[in-house]
Design a protein around this ligand. Structure first.
Ligand SMILES: NC(=O)c1ccc[n+]([C@@H]2O[C@H](COP(=O)([O-])OP(=O)(O)OC[C@H]3O[C@@H](n4cnc5c(N)ncnc54)[C@H](O)[C@@H]3O)[C@@H](O)[C@H]2O)c1
Length: 305
């Protein structure tokens, strides 16, 4: 018996890396999986059907059920098509994992319009479009049955967006937006019984292979802390009934450490009964910055300008 027996999942960008591990884990737990992947380069250029097909072959060889989809998840019609594919081929939709992503790192002063647009499109619109079509499907099902649908969405944020990583203005803006979208979607879809959470993974994939200077390599004989499967377990747990009641949350997994991340909230406060002026705010500076929090933690080293 698997946790997802009888359930149907779609995973975007599941031809490689973390998405592949998520699709395989969902299938091993009994889900039928639509494996989406455009199959482009790390920067998003090009297309190749082989990565998605390969993962479908791996799942079926293990006795699971899967179907390949090669659409660009940031295209309106593509997002609609692979949600529909789950319903047409497997009869329903229970889980959407938004995972597909690309990188085009540059310092802000060197970033081109195209580098900005491509990363914002794939991550931000590429989360919105599948979520929008899945939500419309679930809303229709809920209206028809008069019942909550029990669907789940897991988005993929990044500590780059939560902490702000120099050299990734486009990517960090998109990932912070995804964390925020997770909260909005959780609030909107709660009434139809859909939970929405996000992971902030850290894993050894082609996106990170040149960033961590070998620090993510597997150690001989030990726990492979940066294996994509380690981060994928977080997404698959959040998608499962074992996470019932959890919504609007961001779970970071880095090696053997799992953390729930907190969002923007007041950390200090000053008050006045007069209109604020430049001078009165400046007078309260020490009170506003009297905090024990050490500040922004270090992340990957910034890329070269
Ligand atoms: N690896 C990490 O440490 C790390 C850290 C934080 C966040 N993430 C996020 O995890 C997710 C997965 O990344 P990964 O590290 O496994 O990288 P990866 O490059 O191994 O996998 C990403 C997959 O997404 C696919 N893809 C890209 N654009 C697509 C599109 N428009 N339509 C359909 N498929 C598309 C690619 O073909 C690729 O197979 C990304 O959202 C990434 O930003 C990864």
């Amino acid at each position: 018996m698997g946790v997802f027996d009888g359930k149907v999942a779609v995973v975007t960008g599941a031809g490689r890396g973390i998405g592949r591990a998520e699709a395989r884990l969902l299938a091993a737990e009994g889900a039928a999986v639509v494996v989406n992947d455009l199959g482009g380069e790390r920067s998003g250029e090009g297309a190749d059907q082989r990565p998605a097909q390969q993962v479908v072959d791996e799942i079926t060889a293990d006795g699971g059920r899967a179907s390949a989809n090669y659409d660009d998840i940031s295209s309106w019609d593509g997002g609609a098509a692979f949600v529909q594919q789950a319903v047409d081929e497997f009869g329903r939709l229970d889980v959407l994992i938004n995972n597909a992503g690309i990188l085009r790192d540059k310092m802000s002063f060197n970033m081109t319009e195209e580098e900005w647009d491509a990363v914002i499109r794939v991550h931000l619109k590429g989360h919105f479009v599948p979520a929008r079509h899945a939500a419309a499907h679930w809303r229709a099902v809920s209206k028809e049955t008069g019942q909550p649908v029990g669907g789940t969405i897991v988005n993929t944020a990044s500590e780059s967006g939560l902490y702000g990583n120099a050299g990734q203005l486009n990517y960090a803006a998109a990932k912070a937006g995804i964390a925020s979208m997770t909260i909005v979607l959780a609030r909107e879809l709660d009434r139809i019984g859909v939970r929405v959470n996000a992971i902030a993974p850290v894993a050894r994939t082609r996106l990170t292979e040149d960033l961590a200077g070998g620090a993510m390599e597997a150690k001989d004989g030990g726990f492979d802390a940066f294996a994509p499967e380690n981060a994928a377990a977080g997404a698959v747990w959040l998608a499962s009934p074992l996470a019932d009641g959890i919504t609007g949350q961001v779970l970071k997994i880095q090696g053997g450490v799992a953390q729930i991340m907190g969002g923007w909230r007041p950390v200090t406060e000053v008050t006045d009964d007069q209109p604020w002026s430049v001078a009165t705010l400046a007078e309260r500076r020490d009170a506003l910055f009297a905090r024990s929090d050490p500040g922004v933690p270090p992340f990957f080293p910034p890329v070269e300008a």
